[in-house]
Design a protein around this ligand. Structure first.
Ligand code: OXD
Ligand code: MN
Length: 594
């Protein structure tokens, strides 16, 4: 329980507004989880998986229209529209509040309102932040239990301090005697952020990124605002530790757009003997300067909410092993043995008969996928066989390199390195990628996604670029991480991927690792430093030197086209775009033309 008056008053106010039948304060215990999962089973939301195959795990199917983040229904409501920027949907806070007050009025009738106090980051760490989510969804409570540290211990640390107010309703009130849906939601959705008062109001969706408010809404959109005010970074990045055969260990952070393999890189099984990769986080990094002037990162989450399709013992054995118990699966397929399946899970052996994510009988001859392409697993981070021993270190881990990347079939080479911090910020700002199923909308279209933060930056992205530049100005440059750009997805003329990816990405990480030790293994090109022709270790793999040449080729004409496109993209930020980034485009063009 709590004596925090702000919290008690807010819960009372929201109870009056949403009119739930009852209010329940979550304590975060396993007993509570057990009770909630039982109720979800009784409601038809969860199916218990076979206990002897996958203990304490559950299968869940969402409404077919509530399967991904809804970027066009996501809003940043600041007093001044310019502060939300062209990268966000904006409505004036007063107008949006009036609308939301109507939507939330009575929205929890017939349901329980759960109060979830949660910590993003280890409880009590200086880098951690506390939020409280009020929700009428048991599915959300169960997922929050895995993804955050939640319950009474958080209230104890919160004391009388302030917290991020997070209100969530599926927007499906129940009339007296009305039977509940297995996945209650509302066709009209609002995922709304008020950065100036640090609150989040989410209505109509039960999907992870829209409803687990600690994740994208708080740890990225609200936290990016806090980070800018306080001089730190809240980023869409995985964090891993890499140890060389000589026993030297370094940590790197990497930003890739949604569903571009962050979880795979975070848990990579190296194909180079002697190298070790250990996981700190797979989606979000909060980075602050330590007393020694280096950037330190924590993973604010305590679980993985990963994309299931494509994950297998070949592509990511550590993810598969992480989810062998205590896991919630959403929108995958169900096997006759009471286990789960998805496309790419067992390439060599397709199950004969399944129930698809739509709840229909499915065989390999059926039309459509058995699992939704954005089907997810929610699993505790501590179950990852390669979780790093420092993953809960409240100080965080020192970062030696920052990687940016996206899905680009053409133009962008396998890897290149920034000339300096400002050029690295420029590289982050020009990330573009083919869209994936993680958000609703067209899949496979190249879009600009600067720093992989386009859907998650909670303020004007022009100011965000300036913030990144100012981090460089504040720091001792010799202590800043080096910046790199990688592209695992380049294709040859016949449309085949040139690079095998997955465990072989250690070969690229090895070059990056060496570059952070200033090894002389790069050549200067117009776009930055590229590996010398023999610098990427391809020992014990079949990778012809022509392919290496092709994947490291820079076509000046194509890059000049990209530069034009970058200028056009930059122009949407008007006066808010830092002049130094425009200078970087000028310099890039000059280098490409000379
Ligand atoms: C995610 C996403 O769920 O980026 O991590 O969409
Ligand atoms: Mn993500």
């Amino acid at each position: 329980m709590t004596t925090n008056i702000k919290l008690i008053n807010w819960v009372n106010e929201m109870t009056e507004l949403c009119k739930p039948d009852s209010v329940y304060w979550c304590n975060g215990t396993d007993k509570e989880y057990e009770q909630l999962t039982k109720e979800l089973i009784d409601n038809g939301t969860f199916i218990k998986l076979n206990e002897s195959i996958r203990p304490n795990s559950f299968y869940c199917r969402s409404d077919p229209n509530d399967v991904a983040r809804v970027e066009d229904r996501t809003f940043i409501c600041t007093e001044n529209k310019e502060n939300a920027g062209p990268n966000n949907n904006w409505v004036a806070p007063k107008e949006m509040k009036e609308l939301l007050l109507k939507k939330f009025n009575g929205s929890m009738k017939g349901r329980t309102m759960y109060v979830i106090p949660y910590s993003m980051g280890p409880i009590g760490s200086d880098i951690s932040q506390i939020g409280v989510e009020l929700t009428d969804s048991r599915y959300v409570v169960c997922n929050m239990k895995i993804m955050t540290r939640m319950g009474q211990p958080v209230l104890d640390v919160l004391g009388n301090k302030n917290f991020v107010h997070c209100l969530h309703s599926v927007g499906a009130p129940l009339n007296e005697g009305q039977k509940d849906s297995y996945w209650p939601c509302n066709p009209e959705k609002y995922i709304v952020h008020f950065p100036e008062e640090k609150s989040i109001w989410s209505y109509g969706s039960g999907y992870g990124g829209n409803a687990l408010l600690g994740k994208k809404c708080f740890a990225l959109r609200i936290a990016s605002n806090m980070a800018r005010e306080e001089g730190w970074l809240a980023e869409h990045m995985l964090i891993v530790g890499i140890t060389s055969p000589e026993g030297e260990k370094k940590y790197i952070a990497a930003a890739f757009p949604s569903a571009c393999g962050k979880t795979n890189l975070a848990m990579l099984t190296p194909t180079l003997p002697g190298w070790k990769v250990e996981t700190i986080g797979d989606d979000i990094a909060w980075m602050k300067f330590g007393e020694d002037g280096r950037l330190y990162a924590i993973n604010p989450e305590s679980g993985f909410f990963g994309v299931a399709p494509g994950t297998s013992m070949d592509t990511n054995p550590n993810a598969i092993l992480s989810m062998n118990k205590n896991t919630i699966f959403t929108n995958v397929a169900l096997t006759p043995h009471g286990d789960v399946w998805w496309e790419g899970m067992t390439d060599h052996q397709k199950p004969e008969k399944l129930i698809s994510w739509l709840g229909q009988d499915w065989t390999p001859d059926s039309k459509g996928n058995a699992a939704h392409p954005n089907a997810r697993f929610t699993t505790p981070a501590v179950q990852c066989p390669v979780i790093d021993s420092a993953w809960e270190d409240p100080k965080g881990v020192p970062i030696s390199a920052i990687l940016f990347g996206g899905r680009r079939a053409k133009v962008v080479p396998l890897v290149y390195e920034a000339l300096n911090w400002q050029h690295g910020v420029f590289m982050g700002s020009i990330v573009s990628s083919e869209t994936t199923a993680a958000a609703t909308g067209k899949v496979g279209k190249v879009r600009h996604d600067p720093f992989a933060m386009l859907p998650f930056c909670g303020y004007n992205m022009g100011d965000y670029f300036a913030h990144w530049l100012s981090i460089g100005d504040q720091a001792d440059t010799s202590k800043l991480p080096k910046i790199f750009y990688v592209n695992w997805f380049r294709k040859d003329k016949s449309g085949k991927f040139l690079w095998p990816g997955y465990g072989d990405n250690i070969r690229v990480l090895k070059w990056i690792f060496e570059r952070t030790n200033n090894v002389d293994s790069a050549i200067k090109t117009p776009i930055g430093y590229l590996p010398k022709s023999d610098a990427i270790d391809v020992s014990n793999m079949d990778f012809p030197s022509e392919n290496m040449k092709e994947i490291l080729t820079i076509d000046n004409e194509l890059w000049l086209d990209d530069a034009k496109d970058i200028r056009e993209f930059y122009s949407i930020f008007g006066e808010r775009l830092p002049k130094n980034l425009l200078k970087e485009v000028d310099m890039l063009e000059e280098r490409l033309k000379s």
